[in-house]
Design a protein around this ligand. Structure first.
Ligand code: HSE
Length: 429
């Protein structure tokens, strides 16, 4: 029987979920895996939350000082579940220096400071598990690292933020405006403490930076990712997308073309018949394309107490069992990727212009598009009594740069009352 001595820091939603799983699964872990997880210490800023935990783990030391846990030589594995960057970083640094194995769900920390943290782990001959940092319960890190390790990953496409997927789903199903759906998402409790992390695409960027770097074995820094959120998406965009046979999703993507990496987070239109379009509400999914395995879809719960805790416990068992027996084989540090400036592949675009309602508007827009080699496939406008009126254009395949140049020019015209919107149609996903 192998004993893993664990120190849990951060008894919030995920931390309490981990303790619940460890209590419920203790005897089957011993019987089936021959592993005994000994909860040595539990650390929380608010000790009153730990009333029932004290009963469930009577032998555990309960403390509100993480310094007595991180780096404690009587502990093998630290579960860092405090979130945020500053305190979490201190915990990781003390733990790794003491050669403790670290399991974390902290995507913000890893995507911002991963480089120095991974280096420290390597220097100290220890490991970091972070399955829970991306896609909650979905086993994506292990799939990229282990299951597809003999393959060549060509691209990863992720619906990686439950809040935004919930908002877009509500807007579509219940015909809500963005603001109304955001309130529902906040009430449902999915959002990050700062909802702009979710709706502006930053949370997705953290996650795509982590899995993209692992997939290509090249570092994709957060700053190199082009990020656009969902705050400008209107009910009308959702309605037009549906009429065209598409669904709008906030997509994080990394893919390789001619040796360069394209890394971006943006709302895109996914054809309704594609499996990815059926990922609704707070569900997350990762769609991968590999040279030999072909395309595959991983789907599941991307957040929540027990789903995230399940991934933490899985890492605890996997990395805990490897301690002292396995050579370090999983590298997290890579050289920098060459990032392409703009999207290299041509695509169709949905364009929405908010204009005055007078003769000649369409002609002016069409003229600018034509002069930038953007060919129009269809034009729509709903009847309206008030301005601005929304004119929607779907283009034939064209380059992203021709769209950007056109929109900059069009938005300077007097007929345009609000900034125009461009959404890419991901027909080749
Ligand atoms: N706020 C995140 C989401 C939680 O909505 O998916 C999990 O990272």
């Amino acid at each position: 029987m192998k004993t893993i001595r664990v120190g849990l820091i951060g008894a919030g939603t995920v931390g309490l979920g981990v303790l619940k799983i460890l209590k419920e699964e203790a005897s089957s872990l011993e019987k089936e895996l021959r592993i005994r997880v000994q909860v040595h210490s539990i650390c929380s800023r608010s000790l009153e939350k730990l009333h029932s935990v004290r009963k469930d783990f009577p032998e555990a030391i309960i403390t509100d000082d993480f310094r007595t846990v991180a780096g404690n030589p009587d502990i093998d594995v630290i579960l860092e579940l405090v979130g945020g960057v500053d305190v979490a970083e201190k915990i990781l640094l003390s733990s790794l220096k003491a050669k403790q194995t670290v399991i974390t769900a902290n995507k913000a920390l890893l995507s911002q400071k991963g480089e120095s943290i991974y280096k420290l782990a390597e220097e100290n001959g220890t490991e970091i598990g972070f399955e829970a940092a991306v896609g909650g319960a979905i086993p994506v890190i292990r799939v990229i690292r282990n299951c597809l390790s003999g393959d060549n990953i060509l691209g990863l496409y992720g619906i990686l933020n439950g809040t935004t997927n919930f908002i877009l789903s509500k807007m579509e199903r219940e015909h809500l405006d963005y603001g109304q759906a955001l309130v529902l998402a906040q009430k449902a409790g999915f959002a990050e403490a700062d909802p702009s992390f979710d709706v502006e695409g930053i949370d997705t960027a953290h996650k795509i930076s982590i899995i993209g770097s692992l997939a290509f074995k090249e570092k994709i820094p957060l700053q190199s990712i082009t990020v656009e959120g969902i705050t400008k998406i209107t009910r009308l965009d959702i309605q037009f997308a549906a009429e065209l046979g598409y669904r709008i999703k906030l997509l994080g993507l990394v893919r390789k073309l001619d040796g360069k990496v394209e890394a971006r987070v943006q709302p895109v239109m996914i054809p309704k018949h594609h499996a990815f379009a059926s990922v609704m509400d707070e569900t997350n999914a990762i769609y991968y394309k590999a040279a030999f395995a072909g395309p595959g879809l991983l789907m599941g719960k991307g957040a929540g107490s027990l789903p995230t805790a399940s991934a933490v416990v899985s890492d605890l068992l996997y990395y805990g069992a490897r301690r002292d027996t396995q050579p370090i084989s999983e590298k997290n540090r890579f050289s920098a990727a060459e990032i392409s400036e703009a999207n290299q592949t041509e695509a169709r675009y949905y364009l929405r212009f908010n204009t005055v309602d007078k003769p000649g508007v369409l002609a002016e827009i069409a003229k600018v598009l034509g002069s930038n080699s953007v060919s129009i496939s269809s034009v729509r406008q709903n009847e309206s009594d008030s301005e601005p009126v929304e004119v929607v254009v779907v283009t034939h395949p064209c380059s992203e740069s021709s769209i950007q140049t056109s929109l900059a020019r069009i938005d300077s015209l007097e007929i345009i009352l609000e900034p125009s919107i461009a959404i890419r149609l991901e027909d080749k996903l």
